[in-house]
Design a protein around this ligand. Structure first.
Ligand code: FAD
Length: 409
């Protein structure tokens, strides 16, 4: 089969960033990217589309304009991996060989896990900022609702941008508050997990907004079924003893977030860990068993928050360690699990959560933007005015702003 020095699977946030970081370090590298999509989406912008702040158009660009001209682009999906033979199979059946493989195909939204959801998504008041194209419908629904009940669900972890289910809720509540109708709306958050946010330091600031908006918090309450025409959602509540009980709740608006898993070609491969995610070393981002396989982005089984912000820190680490592998040098760059979640608690203010493995706080922005665990206007300015540009023209171009890798050992 045809062969490239480096084959990158996926041309999303992670795939393009790592290609750019590699090229920046070594212009002579022979790079290929396998990516089937014609459009590249800036998914972190979808929260602001759902909140009526961004137009959807600014979150999408033709893949042809994002794909660097120094890579060979295969507009195909990978359908199978063969790490022992150092090759991958494309959707047209062809094989492509590599010296080093980088896996960055993101994750899969498992809509089918919630009975009836897929059939009603985008109608009957059922929406999700997680589904490409639907954030606009979220904003339509939020504007239309003046009384009734609004439900926001969060599935079991891990999911990408774990704060996004509640970001949608806070921005909606803030709109209803400004319209003077919040008091007429019963807002409920149903979280399959047991805590509001996985890093305890940020919880008090979020709880203050929960109280301010009068949100009814339900933990260990997992969305299992939706009947769109009847406008009912079924939540499975599990108590401390492990007993579960189903409860049906009627709604006028349902913002649903599906469970998430690794793409099937990863999940079913020998490269997966016990939970189906890519089995990488936490610090080097190299595969635990295949020395010529790296990975980054949402597919990785490392315990960081699955965010584009994590990719910002991961791409230079993979680039540096991959080149060291090609040169038979020791791997020096370390990823410390950085991830970030800009929690849009109201229009104009954000709690900027930045943390690494084990929930250690890892602020990378100056104090006037990230002032510990409180909401700031500067963090909103960063998210709404600066980050899209930094994404398209910084991260995707290999400018490693505030992302110098740590050293191992
Ligand atoms: P993606 O960007 O999803 O890209 C994966 C790519 O792989 C896609 O282009 C896909 O077509 C391709 N692919 C899939 N299967 C194959 C295959 N078989 N072969 C080849 N290619 C394949 N992050 C933040 O940092 N901050 C935020 O505020 C934030 N908010 C978010 C809000 C929402 C509503 C959502 C949905 C996400 C949010 N994120 C946020 C998360 C962020 O978007 C992801 O973490 C990031 O996009 C991960 O990059 P990735 O390249 O791993 O995956």
């Amino acid at each position: 089969p045809k062969k490239h020095t480096v084959v990158i699977v996926g041309g999303g946030a992670a795939g393009i960033s790592v290609a750019a970081s590699l090229h920046r370090r070594d212009h002579s590298l022979d790079l290929a990217v396998i990516e089937p999509a014609s459009v590249h989406h800036y998914q972190p912008g979808w929260t602001l589309v759902g909140g009526g702040v961004f137009r959807e158009e600014i979150t999408a660009r033709p893949m042809s304009t994002v794909m660097p001209d120094f890579v060979q682009w295969y507009q195909q999906a990978v359908q199978a991996l063969d790490p022992d033979q150092h090759r991958v199979q494309l959707s047209d059946g062809r094989w492509l060989a590599y010296d080093i493989l980088v896996l960055a195909p993101g994750l899969e939204l498992n809509w089918g896990a919630i009975d009836g959801l897929e059939a009603t998504l985008g109608q009957n008041g059922v929406t999700s900022n997680y589904q490409q194209g639907l954030a606009r419908y979220t904003w339509d629904l939020v504007q239309q609702l003046r009384q009734g009940r609004a439900l926001f669900s969060q599935p079991p972890m891990p999911i990408k941008c774990a704060g996004a289910p509640q970001k949608a809720m806070y921005l909606s509540c803030d709109h209803w508050r400004r319209q003077g109708v919040l008091g007429n709306i019963d807002v409920q958050f149903h979280n399959a997990g047991a805590v509001l946010f996985g890093v305890a330091a940020y919880v008090p600031a979020l709880e203050a907004y929960v109280r301010r908006y009068g949100i009814d918090l339900n933990f260990q309450s997992n969305l299992v079924a939706v009947n769109g025409p009847a406008r009912t959602a079924t939540f499975r509540h599990t108590d401390a003893e492990g007993n579960s009980q189903d409860r049906e709740v009627t709604f006028d608006l349902l913002h649903a977030v599906p469970p998430q898993r690794a793409p099937a070609f990863i999940r079913t491969s020998t490269l997966a860990n016990g939970d189906g995610w890519l089995d990488l070393e936490d610090d080097t981002l190299r595969h635990r068993r295949y020395a010529n396989v790296f990975g980054l982005g949402d597919v990785s089984g490392t315990g960081n928050a699955k965010t584009a912000a994590a990719v910002r820190k991961q791409a230079p680490v993979v680039a540096e360690n991959l080149i060291a592998t090609l040169r038979n040098q020791p791997l020096r760059a370390a990823y410390l699990g950085y991830g970030s979640c800009p929690l849009t608690v109201e229009r104009g203010r954000i709690v900027l959560a930045e943390f690494g493995y084990g929930g250690t706080l890892q602020p990378t922005f100056p104090k006037w933007i990230n002032d510990g665990t409180q909401a700031t206007r500067a963090a909103w300015w960063l998210k709404a005015k600066q980050l899209p540009t930094l994404y398209w023209h910084g991260m995707l171009k290999g400018h490693e702003w505030l992302a110098r890798p740590a050293r191992r050992g």
